[in-house]
Write a protein that binds this ligand. Structure first.
Ligand code: CP
Length: 320
């Protein structure tokens, strides 16, 4: 792996390798501490983010990397510099990996053959959010041990959701059965990647599923404002307390967050015993450490040279 642009391009062995590494890091993080010492990683978020941005930064720092946080408003993007030229600039000054969130589908696929630093997709358009998928897969694996035969419902604004798409690829590659539900007004025209026969009324799925993964309504990607009221959305397509009572014993609730409480799911369910929403966030740090380790770790190990007598170790400067 040189880049992580999407789950679509990974096979089940690569997915399992990343999940195994994340589990190992979670068990014995001290073995990985400092593995990226001396490596510079840049975070470029052109769309808002809390979880992905900060958990990448935590992951980078726990591995010992130098972290640069790109600010578009104070960058030469304001003078018309393209994202490609921005990345070539970062590459020239020694940055080894760039974590990128952007609204444009295909942005990384177009650039990665010409970019020397590792590109990591932190969410692009409605296309892919691979590290969200990995943290979701890790959460499901921790709960059930394996994926084969598991029934997972992905519910809500599927068409506009990069989380839904990455999870569909990841879950099916690992043997889970994936079902979809949500408002026809949002999903009818899009989500062409969903195979026919996978859409169901939510109420037909609730009692059968091992995992119910609710999606945020992606208002920022809607061509037309949603005409459904919040209350109607919740009643028809949300995980209400009544639906949650009908869930199978041992089944779990997931949501990538941020959650629109009492819209996609009842506010009381966010921290309910069957919710894994905060576990998902915790796992985000470990899967992002695993991705960085696989993209940069081996190179970092090769670069480590014995320190010559009289030479200054990394971070120490004469006279300081
Ligand atoms: N789940 C997710 O991507 O959250 P942020 O937008 O806060 O990063």
């Amino acid at each position: 792996m040189k880049h992580l642009t999407g789950i679509q391009h990974l096979d089940s062995d690569q997915l399992n390798m990343l999940l195994d590494t994340a589990e190992r890091i979670k068990e014995c993080e001290e073995d990985y501490a400092g593995i990226l010492q001396g490596q510079c990683v840049a975070n470029l978020f052109f769309e808002p983010s809390t979880r992905t941005r900060f958990s990448f930064e935590v992951a980078e720092k726990r591995l010992g990397a130098y972290v640069l946080n790109f600010q578009e408003a104070t960058s030469s993007r304001q003078k018309g510099e393209s994202i490609y030229d921005t990345l070539k600039t970062l590459e020239a000054i020694g940055v080894k990996a760039a974590v990128i969130r952007h609204s444009q589908n295909g942005l990384l696929d177009d650039m990665h053959p010409r970019i020397g630093l590792a590109l990591i997709n932190a969410g692009t358009g409605n296309e892919e959010h691979p590290t969200q998928c990995l943290l979701d897969l890790l959460t499901i694996k921790q709960e059930f041990g394996c994926f084969r035969g598991l029934k997972v419902a992905i519910v809500g604004d599927v068409h506009h959701s990069r989380v839904a798409r990455s999870n569909y690829y990841g879950l099916t590659k690992l043997g889970a059965e994936v079902y979809f539900a949500g408002p026809p007004c949002l999903n009818q025209a899009g989500a062409s990647w969903v195979p026919r026969g996978c859409w169901y009324p939510f109420d037909e799925l609730v009692e059968e599923m091992d995992v119910i993964m609710m999606l945020r309504i992606q208002h920022e990607r809607h061509e037309q404002a949603l005409t459904l009221s919040k209350a109607d959305y919740h009643q028809h397509y949300g995980l209400t307390e009544e639906r949650a009572r009908r869930m199978k014993k041992g089944a779990i609730i997931m949501h990538p967050a941020p959650v629109n409480r009492d819209v996609e799911l009842a506010s009381t369910l966010v921290e309910a015993p069957q919710s894994r929403i905060f576990k998902q966030m915790e796992n985000g740090v470990y899967v992002r450490m695993a991705v960085l380790y696989h993209l940069l770790g081996p190179a970092a190990k090769r670069q480590v040279q014995p320190v010559n007598k009289g030479a200054f170790p990394l971070g120490a400067f004469p006279g300081t």
